[in-house]
Design a protein around this ligand. Sequence first.
Ligand code: HEC
Length: 118
Amino acid sequence: MKALSGPVLGRAALFVLLITGASVESAMAELDANAALEVLKRNDCTKCHSVKKSKNGPSYQKVSEKYKGDGAAEDKIYKHLTTSPKVKLEDGTTEEHKKIDITDPGQLKEFIRWILSL
Ligand code: HEC
């Protein structure tokens, strides 16, 4: 009896862990998305970007796509959002990219990870 119940129970526990782990994760992603959308609105990023549609700037899904598999993606975007590089808009004009108002590095990284998750 003992030899049987061990592995069976272990497998059940793992199953429960997988299920609850997944739902906690998606609840957190939802919270992050709301916070991230607030940041975009507050900073006027929505003037040039949206999650799905490219406007004057690329959609965030396109940005995420571009950086797939790039281990340095987080650092590159961090730099982009904190140093005002010159960017070319869809209409051909150039201007300095807007600096984001998040000053806490941890929070900014969290925001960047949200973009890369799209
Ligand atoms: C005036 C228009 C404009 C505004 C406002 C703007 N962006 Fe951009 N953004 C651009 C353009 C154009 C690019 C494309 C730059 C390129 O690929 O050279 C870009 C690129 C990016 C990228 C991709 C960078 C990369 O390395 O490929 C991110 C991320 C980004 N913007 C985030 C933001 C955030 C966050 C805000 C608000 C704080 C913001 N942008 C405000 C025009 C804008």
